[in-house]
Ligand binder design. Structure first.
Ligand code: FE2
Length: 388
């Protein structure tokens, strides 16, 4: 492997995290140590049904803490849900937030924390480094393997009026603590496993080819790519296998550390536009867009894509760039199909007429800034059209 050269200053931001079996049981003790008295517990109905939110509530109450659940969080969390949560935070006199769930409750919890302390409307904070005052203390317990909101600087919220997702990127949105317990993945169904696992793969690939990559983010990105490529198919097929779940949870963590610091690219810019417009699962959007964006980006970073292929298990020795490109894209298509994510955007209700609108929204997303090949609106239109 070619050694990476650090040409510019790079900082690396990560929260304290505890990884492993039983990590989630530490929530009460940590919350008390961090000074909590009244905790806003942000989760959603599915996570409640799986038992993870109730368990966290009991653990917090065993430490003598008052707990106020807030469960009005949908997939692709909405701006008005964040605002209602911030009101609930103040109405209950909360001084601490615990988020239990996938990316939706964790992103919503970040939004609630931003508004609770800074005031205004959540959409005011769109963009990079636009949150002036840190949130209240936040502990995250992730229950999906892919979003990595528990370790990232990102919060993604749907602007309901514009039907687009906005990205809030700020070091103030890094949680204080992530309790990452692979056992929580055991309640994910196979399709959610596939979509969130593909999200982790996209995080790692976009971070690795990002303009802001660095040796430390590269290490995590390549290992995450290797872990997802090796274990996601089996994890989808055998949802009760704890060891496979732990590999995917580690991949999610490492992909999160990579993308939180190296940022993302066009797949996410386009997925934010698409997910906001059609209310589709984030990981599914990413999985459907990934091969097309890789094909677009390949000429700008052929060596890096070659290393991604190797991390995915391909033997690319002696092959030219053209062959390498097609083998790599085929590998992603095979992984996606074997994880049972099939069809295209057209099968999800996206029409040719939607492409101009989707591209116009996607070009405004801050994730484009670190894509290795700066896209034009025309490029994004072409990629959306290919993915129909
Ligand atoms: Fe993502």
């Amino acid at each position: 492997m070619t050694e990476a050269i650090v040409k510019e200053l790079r900082k690396f931001l990560a929260p304290e995290f505890v990884f492993g079996p039983g990590a989630r049981f530490l929530v009460g003790k940590y919350a008390r140590k961090l000074g909590a008295h009244r905790v806003l517990l942000v989760s959603d109905p599915e996570v409640l049904a799986a038992g993870w939110a109730e368990e966290a509530k009991q653990l917090l109450e065993e430490e003598g803490l008052e707990v106020h659940p807030f469960l009005e969080v949908s997939p692709n969390p909405r701006d008005h849900q964040v605002m209602a949560g911030a009101e609930h935070y103040h109405a209950t006199g909360s001084d601490f937030i615990v988020a239990v769930g996938g990316g939706s409750p964790m992103d919503c919890a970040k939004g609630i924390g931003i508004v609770a302390i800074n005031g205004g409307h959540i959409l005011d904070y769109e963009g990079v480094d636009r949150v002036p005052v840190p949130m209240p203390p936040l502990i995250c317990i992730p229950t999906t393997g892919g979003t990595s909101a528990d370790v990232s600087q990102f919060a993604i919220i749907t602007n309901t009026a514009e039907k687009v997702k906005i990205a809030i990127v700020s070091k103030t949105t890094v949680p204080d603590l992530a309790l990452i317990d692979p056992a929580t993945l055991l309640t994910m169904d196979p399709y959610l496993t596939a979509c969130t696992g593909m999200d982790a793969l996209v995080h790692a690939i976009e971070a690795y080819v990002s303009n802001a990559n660095a040796p430390i983010t590269d290490l995590h990105a390549l290992e995450a790519i290797r872990l997802v490529s090796t274990h996601l198919r089996a994890s989808v097929a055998k949802p009760d296998d704890y060891v496979l779940r732990s590999y995917i949870m580690q991949a999610s963590l490492q992909a999160g550390l990579a993308f939180s610091n190296a940022s993302l690219g066009c797949v996410h810019a386009m997925a934010h536009s698409l997910g906001g417009y059609k209310d589709l699962p984030h990981g599914e959007c990413n999985a459907l867009l990934l091969p097309h964006v890789m094909d677009f980006n390949f000429p700008e970073a052929p060596e890096r894509f070659r290393r991604i292929g190797e991390a995915m298990g391909l033997d690319l020795r002696g092959l030219g760039d053209g062959e390498c490109r097609s083998r790599l894209i085929q590998q992603v298509l095979d992984l996606r199909r074997e994880c049972r994510i099939t069809g295209g955007l057209g099968d999800r209700g996206v029409r040719t007429d939607d492409v101009s609108h989707l591209a116009a929204k996607a070009i405004e997303d801050p994730c484009n800034a670190t894509n290795p090949r700066p896209p034009t609106v025309g490029d994004l239109k072409a990629i959306f059209s290919e993915a129909l």
